[in-house]
Structure formats: C-alpha cells, structure tokens
Design a protein around this ligand. Structure first.
Ligand code: FAD
Length: 371
C-alpha cells in the first residue's frame, strides 16, 4: 500500500469500482478500501449454496433498463457483457385474498423491458475490477476515520485482523451510501451540521428490503403458460418474478412485504416456510418442493443499512451539493445515492462515479476523459 496517493476510494461497489477503473486508466494514483471480503457491495450473485458465483442468482440488483439508462447500457457494451430480458411471456398471477384462489391474467408486455446480465449482476463487478492493479484494492479493510490536513486527508483504516493503518490522500472519494458514511466514519473536524444532516437523511435505496429465492429442477411454470410474475396482497411476498439464469438454473424469487422488524421477529426459518407455501399456492404443488432456497435480508447487513433504513426508505432526493463546510475541498461523494438522475440504481452508481471522476480531474488540474 502506498503511503500517499492522489485519491483514496472508500467502497468497492459498482461506484467505487467504476471510479477506480477510470482513475487507473487516466494514471491517477489511488488506493481502494472495501470493508467486505468481496467486491460488489449491494451487487451479490450467488450459487444454490449461497456462495458468490459467476453464474447464479441475484440477491441484490437484477435489472437495468438500457433505453432509459444509456450510460450504463454503453458501459455494458464496452465491457462486452451479454444481457437478456426478464421473462414476461406467459400469464401473470394475482393473489388478492387468502380465502380465494389466485387468479391468472394474460400479461401486458412490459416497456421498457427489464434486462438482466448473463451470469448475474456480478458480471459487471468482475468486468469493472478486471484491469485494476490488485495491490491497490484492499478487501476486508474498513475506513474508520478521516482527518483533514493542510495538504489533504489522513485516512485511517482497519483490516479484518484488527490491524490499523493510515495513508495520506490528496482527495477522498466516498463511494458508499451517505448514511453509511455518516454513521460509520469518524471525521476530524466533524462535517458541518447541514452536511451531516443531509447524509443522515438520505435513504439508501433498497437497504430495508429482503429477497427470497426458491430453486427448482426445471422452470415448470413456463410449461404451464406462466411468466413467473405474480403479485400478492396476502404475503409474505408482495411481488414475485422468474429468476431462471441464462444458463438454465430454474428459480423464482420474491420481495418480502413485511417490515424489517417483522422479519426479524418471525425469523428466517418461519419466513422460508411461509414463502414456500406462498409459491405453492400461486404456482402449484411443484413449487412447494424446491431443491434449495436462498434468503438475503439487506436490512440486517450493517454495511448497507443503518437503523434509519429500517424505518425510512425510498428514493434519495437530488441535492445541489453533498459536501459543505471544512470538507468541501477534499471530500467527493461518489455513491449511487448522490446521482442526479438515477439515484439509488446501478445506473446511478455509474453516473455518480463518472461525475466524481470528472471532479477529481478538475481538482487535480487535469483534463480527464470525463471532464
Ligand atoms: C435487494 C436489492 C435490489 C436492487 N435492485 C436493483 C435493480 O434491480 N436495479 C438497479 O438498478 N438497482 C437495484 N438495486 C440498487 C443497486 O444495488 C445500487 O444502486 C448499487 O449497487 C449501488 O452501488 P454503490 O457502489 O453506489 O453502493 P454499494 O453497493 O452499497 O457499495 C458501497 C460499498 O462500500 C463498502 N463500505 C461501507 N462502509 C465502508 C467503510 N467504512 N470502509 C470501506 N468500505 C465500506 C460496502 O461494503 C460496499 O461494498 C437494488 C439493491 C438491493 C439491495
């Protein structure tokens, strides 16, 4: 690890990786710190056993919308990633009340079409990280403190073994949700109160959500003329979709409709049983016999959700400026939540980190490719 760099990047999700890739290509020196033992952040693709995988099920984001999100679409193309449409051929099922059978309706084709990456969303993580110099990317390393100096910032880190280390950076790019930044990193001096309140008040998109997956031998719902999409007013899942992989791994998934507190009170085992029973009610007897199941409660993940995300959610609102006061000259926010047009989305992670790249070049007095 270098003791002094031009940019310290906090976070190895899509924003931090895109930023690091851009900086690396432009010859700007950086170190990237990621608290988890894997890259990707909210992007998490796993196999049937729940282990991170190159071909699996998206416990985090699944979809992007190329027609509405041209910058992300261009990046997907530049990286040579293949994509395919979310299954929408076949009927949609609506479960209105527990005492009456679910009804099926012919589907109206969704426009614009939701697209998925072949292999899962982690394909984007892998492609962004592919050319990064490995020695500049530090997994299991949390940034714990930032201290303002005359000529930059002292960045304090702690690795997985508890060892502490500091480096000096001219600028810090915080590629993580503003709420996590405010809640987990000690600032010296403190950010001015309006800035701290803005970070604290910005919800982290989808942080309070949970996804349940049931994996099967075959996607039997297609043969029954169903798309795999269902809506329910009964629960525990309110919205369900096909999650079959491009390589044929059959699966259905749903978003849990209960609050994080209710989920915690019920517990994973009982939730799993209730979700399987719901899939059986909606998709028939075969759906009650999955090969395996997967569950991810993002609200219980402290590197994504704070206690505020358990009660307040929704899309982050755009702000004219994310850092005022003493930190304005040295700290640049770069996570999806600060994106002006696509806040909270994967496309927002690309927009926010492209804007942050341009800002780094401007401050370094360089004409970078994104200025
Ligand atoms: C269930 C779910 C479904 C979603 N579905 C979609 C979808 O279909 N389409 C879509 O466009 N978007 C979707 N999203 C949103 C999408 O996942 C995010 O917009 C995107 O992944 C954000 O990327 P990011 O890099 O800005 O933030 P993150 O992915 O949150 O990355 C921040 C990183 O910072 C790290 N970190 C935190 N604190 C520290 C620290 N102190 N030191 C070092 N590292 C730290 C974290 O571990 C994390 O890796 C979904 C999200 C979830 C949870």
């Amino acid at each position: 690890m270098h003791d002094r760099v031009q940019v310290a990047v906090i976070g190895g999700g899509i924003s931090g990786l895109n930023l690091a890739r851009r900086l690396s290509a432009a010859g700007v020196s950086f170190e990237l710190f990621e608290a988890r033992d894997r890259l990707g952040g909210r992007v998490l693709t796993v196999n049937g056993e729940g282990a991170p995988s190159d071909d699996g099920y998206d416990l985090g984001p699944s979809w992007f919308w190329p027609r509405l999100q041209p910058a992300l679409a261009e990046l997907v193309e530049e990286l040579g990633l293949a994509s395919f449409g979310q299954s929408s051929d076949g009927d949609v099922i609506f479960e209105r009340m527990s005492r009456e059978p679910a009804q099926s309706y012919s589907a109206v084709r969704q426009t614009p079409e939701s697209m998925r990456l072949s292999g899962g969303s982690a394909a984007l993580v892998r492609a962004l990280a592919a050319d990064l110099p490995g020695e500049r990317v530090h997994l299991n390393t949390s940034v714990t403190g930032l201290a303002l100096r005359e000529d930059g910032v002292r960045v304090d880190c702690r690795d997985g073994a508890g060892a502490e280390r500091s480096i000096d950076a001219e600028y810090v790019a915080a590629a993580l949700p503003p709420r996590i930044l405010e809640a987990t990193i000690a600032f010296s001096p403190e950010p001015e109160p309006g800035t701290a309140a803005l970070w604290h008040g910005t919800p982290t998109w989808m942080a309070g959500q949970a996804k349940f997956f049931a994996l099967y031998e075959t996607p039997f719902w297609f043969a029954a003329g169903l798309s795999g999409t269902a809506q329910s007013m009964v629960g525990p899942m309110l919205e369900m979709h096909d999650a079959t992989t491009d390589s044929g791994g059959a699966a259905l998934f749903g978003f849990l409709g209960m609050s994080p507190a209710e989920r915690q009170a019920v517990g994973e085992q009982a939730l799993t049983e209730a979700c399987i029973a719901q899939f059986e009610r909606i998709f028939g007897l075969e759906a009650g016999r999955p090969v395996s199941t997967l569950f991810k409660d993002w609200a219980a993940d402290s590197l994504t959700a704070t206690t505020d995300d358990l009660v307040s959610s929704g899309h982050p609102a755009p702000a004219p400026s994310w850092v005022h006061g003493p930190w304005a000259d040295r700290l640049i926010l770069a996570g999806s939540e600060v994106s002006p047009h696509e806040a909270g989305y994967l496309a927002g992670a690309i927009e926010a980190s492209d804007l942050a790249t341009a800002e780094v070049h401007r401050r370094l007095g360089q004409r970078g490719p994104y200025t």
